[in-house]
Design a protein around this ligand. Structure first.
Ligand code: G3I
Length: 461
C-alpha cells in the first residue's frame, strides 16, 4: 500500500516537473440522424402517434410489422365495444380485447380504450332498456366491469362517443339521451374515474375538428364539466376528413379546448378520396396530412395523433362510402404513401429510404419528366440520382392515376400490383457512384386523357 502511494506521488511529481502539451480531445462531428419512423419522430416532439388496429389482422406479418415499427399507441378498432364485451347483460367477454391489449403491451405501446358508451355497436338488450334507473345501473355496471378489467393498462379512455348531432349541435337522439337525459354523460365519466383512476378520460366525436355548431356544443359541455368538477381530461377530435378539406381553423379549435385545461387528441384521422387514387390526389392528401400534423404540433396540449387504420387494404370507408377510400398512410401493399412522408416530415423525421436527405449514405433522389404526350397517352421518364454515397441498387414506386396503364417500360424491371408499379434496375444500371444517375422510361395509355404525373417515391437499395 505504502509502495503504491509513493509510486503515485512520484508519478505526480513527474507530471508537475515536466508538463506536456495535451491536445484537447477532438470534437467529433456527430450527425444526429433524424427520426425515421412516425413514433420516433412524434416522441421527439413529445407526442404519441397511434393507429386503430384489429385483432383479426395481427396474424398478417406485414400488418403486424408495420404496426410495431411505426406506432406507439393502439386503439382496438372494435374489440372493446359494448356489443363485443357485454353481448348479454352482465356476461362479459374480453377475449379479443385482451389479445390485442397483450400485443400492444408487449410492444410498449400506449392503449386507447374505445369506447365505453356509444349508441352504435350497442347490444340489443341495452338498446331496449326504457327505465332511467335500469339503464343507469346497466351503464354503470358496464363501465365498472370493463374499465375495471383493463385498469392500469389504459392510457386514455374514449368514455362517451358521438353524443352530439351534426349541424345543430343538439344532443344525439340515442337510447341514453332519451332514457337518462343530458346527465348520462357526466354519470359515465364519474363511473369511469372510479373504475380506472389512472386513465385519462376523453369525450370523442367526429365533425368537431373545426369550429362549428357541433364543436361549439362540445366546447360548452367541456367548459361546464371543468367548472363543476366532472372528471374529464381530454377531447378527441376524430378527424374523418375528405380530400382538400382540412378545416382552416383546426388549430384554433384545438387551442380553445386546450385553454379549458384538457388535452386534445386527434383520435381517428383518415382523409378519404374517390378511388382509385392518382398522383394528384395523393399529393393533395399528403398536404392535408401535413396540415393536420402541423396544427397539432402548434398546440402544446395536442399530445396524440391516431390514424384510423394502418393500410388502405383494411378500412371502414369503402363499406360506408362506396367509391371512396385510400384514406390512410400505407397503401394496400403496405407501401408508404406520400401522406406518410409528409406526416413524418411534419414531425421532423426523415424516412431512411427517403431521397430527401442527401447526407444519408445510400440515399437517392428521383424526378419525373413527361417526354411526350398525345390524346390518349404519354411517355414518362424517371431519373434516380445517388446522393453523397455510392448505392448498390434502387427502387422506384409509381402510383398511376385513374385510367392510366403502363403499356411498355424500358431500362427498368417493373412489377405491378393494382395501380402501383414498382421498378427495379435492369442490372447494368443498378450501381450508382456518388452523384451518378440512372433513368428508365415508360409509355402510359390513358384513354380517358388523364395525363396527371404518377406519384413517385424512390429508395435504395
Ligand atoms: O365481426 C363481424 C363479422 O363477424 C361479420 O361477418 C361481418 C359481416 O359484415 O361483420 C363484422 O362486423 C363488422 C365490424 O366492423 C368488424 O369488422 C361490422 O359489420 C361493421 O359495421 C363494423 O364496422 C366498424 C364501425 O366502426 C361500426 O360502426 C368499423 O370496423 C370501425 O372502423 C368503425 O369505427 C368507428 C369508430 O368506432 C367511431 N368513430 C367512427 C369510426 C368509423 O365508422
Amino acid at each position: 500500500m505504502r509502495r503504491a502511494f509513493i509510486a503515485l506521488l512520484s508519478a505526480g511529481a513527474l507530471l508537475l516537473a515536466a508538463p506536456v502539451a495535451v491536445a484537447p480531445p477532438a470534437l467529433a462531428t456527430i450527425k444526429e440522424a433524424a427520426p425515421g419512423t412516425l413514433k420516433e419522430a412524434a416522441a421527439a416532439k413529445g407526442r404519441v402517434f397511434g393507429t386503430a388496429a384489429a385483432q383479426a389482422h395481427l396474424g398478417e406479418s406485414a400488418y403486424a410489422s408495420t404496426l410495431d415499427r411505426e406506432f406507439n399507441q393502439l386503439t382496438p378498432e372494435n374489440e372493446m365495444k359494448w356489443d363485443t364485451t357485454e353481448p348479454s347483460r352482465n356476461s362479459f367477454n374480453f377475449g379479443a380485447a385482451d389479445q390485442i391489449v397483450g400485443h400492444a403491451q408487449a410492444q410498449g405501446m400506449k392503449i386507447r380504450g374505445h369506447t365505453l358508451v356509444w349508441h352504435n355497436q350497442l347490444p340489443g338488450w341495452a338498446g331496449g332498456i326504457s327505465s332511467r334507473d335500469d339503464l343507469l345501473s346497466a351503464m354503470r355496471n358496464h363501465i365498472a366491469k370493463e374499465a375495471g378489467h383493463f385498469a392500469g393498462k389504459i392510457a386514455y379512455w374514449d368514455v362517451v362517443n358521438e353524443a352530439f348531432q351534426d349541424g345543430s349541435g343538439a344532443r344525439r337522439d340515442s337510447v341514453f339521451q332519451r332514457v337518462m337525459g343530458d346527465g348520462y354523460i357526466e354519470e359515465a365519466f364519474r363511473a369511469a374515474r372510479t373504475a380506472d383512476p389512472a386513465a385519462k378520460l376523453c369525450y370523442n366525436d367526429y365533425n368537431i375538428d373545426g369550429q362549428n355548431a357541433k364543436s361549439n356544443a362540445v366546447y360548452a359541455m367541456v367548459k361546464d364539466f371543468r367548472a363543476r368538477g366532472v372528471p374529464i381530461d381530454c377531447v378527441g377530435l376524430q378527424a374523418h376528413l375528405t380530400l382538400g378539406n382540412v378545416p382552416s381553423d383546426m388549430q384554433a379549435n384545438m387551442q380553445r379546448f386546450a385553454d379549458l385545461g384538457v388535452d386534445v387528441h386527434i383520435t381517428e384521422l383518415d382523409i378519404r378520396m374517390s378511388t382509385p387514387a392518382d398522383g394528384s390526389k395523393l399529393a393533395t392528401q399528403a398536404n392535408d396530412y401535413r396540415k393536420v400534423v402541423s396544427a397539432c404540433l402548434a398546440v402544446s396540449r395536442c399530445t396524440v395523433i391516431t390514424v384510423w387504420g394502418i393500410t388502405d387494404k383494411y378500412s371502414w370507408i369503402p363499406d360506408v362510402f362506396p367509391g371512396e377510400g385510400a384514406a390512410l398512410l400505407f397503401d394496400d401493399n403496405y407501401g408508404k404513401k406520400p401522406a406518410y412522408n409528409a406526416s413524418l416530415e411534419a414531425l421532423g423525421g426523415t424516412d431512411p429510404g427517403d431521397p430527401g436527405d442527401p447526407g444519408d449514405p445510400g440515399a437517392v433522389t428521383c424526378s419525373y419528366t413527361r417526354t411526350a404526350q398525345w390524346d390518349t397517352g404519354f411517355n414518362g421518364q424517371v431519373t434516380i440520382k445517388a446522393g453523397s454515397s455510392r448505392v448498390s441498387s434502387w427502387t422506384a414506386v409509381l402510383t398511376m392515376g385513374s385510367g392510366q396503364q403502363i403499356s411498355g417500360l424500358w431500362n427498368g424491371t417493373p412489377s405491378t400490383s393494382g395501380n402501383v408499379v414498382t421498378v427495379k434496375p435492369v442490372g447494368w444500371n443498378a450501381d450508382l457512384a456518388p452523384g451518378a444517375s440512372a433513368s428508365f422510361g415508360f409509355t402510359v395509355n390513358a384513354p380517358g386523357g388523364n395525363q396527371a404525373p404518377p406519384a413517385l417515391t424512390c429508395s435504395s437499395p
